[in-house]
Write a protein that binds this ligand. Sequence first.
Ligand code: FRU
Length: 470
Amino acid sequence: KEFNEAYRPQFHFSPPSQWMNDPNGMVYLDGEYHLFYQYYPDSTIWGPMHWGHAISEDMVHWEHMPVALFPDEFGYIFSGSAVVDHNNTSGLGTSENPAMVAIYTYHDPEGEKAKRDDYQTQGIAYSTDRGRTWTKHENNPILKNPGIKDFRDPKVSWVESNDGTGQWIMALAVLDRISFYSSPNLIDWAHESDFNPSWGAYGGVWECPDLFPLTTADGEVKWVLFVSINPGGPNGGSATQYFIGDFDGSNFNVESNEVKWLDYGADNYAGVTWSNIPKADGRKLMIGWMSNWLYANVVPTENWRSAMTVPRSLELIKKGNDFLVASKPIKELEKLRSSTETVKGENIALREELVELELIPKANDFSIEFSNAANEKVLISKKGDVLTFDRSQSGKMDFSGDFGKIHQAPIANEKIQSIRIFLDRSSLEIFVNGGELVLTEILFPNSPYNKVTLIGFENESKLHYLKSIW
Ligand code: FRU
């Protein structure tokens, strides 16, 4: 099928039709990357949640699959994760054919209506045919609610202990904290600890956590905890903060003591990482939902709503005594390049819609402006220690008073080494210095931007035109 409607992303994942939000259950198995997602197949606005499903061999080209999980007597199927149970700890598969197990939140709309506080619980489902068909577990819900309304988004991973044994660890968003649970078998769970440092960002409810180790280029290992928060993001609405520290199998001990943001753009939310990536690959791969709860339900697309970010590979970088998580576009995206030009001069006519730029700044400050004949434009500019992303004249904006804004991000007051930009039909992603600073933003120009004005860049900068994935 050709997905070619106005604003339909051409190299980002979007659902065939209808509503999508968070990416869920990302897991790799036998040459296939699975992507499940919050899906409402009956409308382009949020409603009773299902898990939609897609499969890819490269995380770039996707095949849409039938809906994987439907609501049942315990409620809607909210966000969660998936693992491959190689040791058959759950007994749901065999060691020759291990089960793929999805761990997700049940949201019971009846309980919500009755104003109970225990209507979010955790359930599991399993597949023994590489994610094609799913069976819900007979003992659902496997983790009951202790009486806290917001109790959701389980992210499960296998954590090895020093003695070579291991256990399943679940990071769960519980109102304003992350609770950690452990299990030997994915079915019985014990509470281990809670994490909610006084200085965290608490502008809204905590959602969609992820906990995983990352290693620096020098071999230093730190544990990273992602926590999405809505609202309270640095540029309004929903955004993802992260913490760096250590996990001892029971407690997350944070080492940094300032809030760090994975992305300063308005449109990267609820992102979490793939599980079961082969050791030989070694990457930590994530994808995020490319929208914001401020306006996700009203963006001007017709048959579907929302797309995912480009997949990113996460890297731990040491800066002095501090650490940061950089997000790099995955290398598989380079396959999309159809032609490459060296950028000369300041005004560049864009002959095609799908563009990647690799820019080398000449001095401390610079600016990049995409525009069309109707004088709709988006301006990205660096001045001193501020990076500004201005979409206040970018095109359609009247669907929400929260959309047409100027966003800002802190940046080093020095010459930047590299800027990489991906422009799709309705999004722009900016990766500064190999992803140390990222801005992901959606846009709705009335006609494609067909000109880019580059001020303050070297002549070796490059422009690639990209192919559609559909
Ligand atoms: C995050 C979120 C999750 C929840 C899901 C519901 O965007 O609110 O906390 O599980 O969306 O669709």
